[in-house]
Design a protein around this ligand. Structure first.
Ligand code: ADP
Length: 164
């Protein structure tokens, strides 16, 4: 069984992430969407909340599952007999960091290959931080994220801002 891991913060998941996950699901038998816990990154949603939002929007991708991992991606990769790490590339700005991470992972585990999928042009500008910024001011994020998670995002980010 060929298993792909799509790791990220997903704070929150966007149509850009979803596009990469869907395309990976056509290339591999199983896709694990992995919420990586990174204590150095301040996130608006807890890992459990991020995973819950992901599980709500991948229901129509039968071979995709979600998981949370607090540790080194490569250890998860080995423990789950994964085939490949799939990452999305939006622009050259993503490339340098992703290239470095891919090399580090191969150094730690020689058969851990990273596959880069180029973003779909319509999502090139889209990131979780764009969603957070627009949601903070109660802007229309319906073109950025699936409707199942719209309210969760607005309620958290908009309310938080007005309460402060
Ligand atoms: P973000 O930069 O949005 O916080 P994450 O850490 O959650 O991203 O990213 C997980 C993966 O998804 C990364 O490989 C990232 O490049 C990819 N990704 C995020 N947004 C998009 C997009 N709009 N198009 C393609 N890939 C994307």
């Amino acid at each position: 069984m060929k298993i792909a891991i799509c790791p990220g913060s997903f704070d929150p998941i966007t149509f850009g992430h979803l596009d990469i996950i869907k395309r990976a699901s056509k290339l591999f038998d199983k896709v694990i969407v992995l919420v990586i816990v990174n204590p150095e990154k301040h996130c608006s949603f807890s890992p459990e909340e991020r995973a819950e939002m992901i599980s709500k929007v991948i229901t129509d991708i039968p071979n995709a599952v979600v998981d949370i991992y607090d540790g080194l991606l490569i250890d998860y990769f080995k423990a789950h007999n994964a085939t490949v790490i799939v990452k999305g590339l939006r622009a050259m700005t993503d490339f340098e960091y992703e290239f470095q991470m891919a090399l580090v992972n191969r150094q730690l585990c020689p058969n851990a290959d990273t596959l880069f999928l180029t973003t779909s042009a319509e999502y090139m500008y889209l990131s979780s931080s764009v969603v957070r910024q627009v949601a903070k001011f109660n802007g229309d994020i319906s073109q950025f994220v699936p409707k199942q998670i719209l309210n969760t995002i607005i309620e958290r980010l908009y309310k938080k801002d007005t309460e402060e």
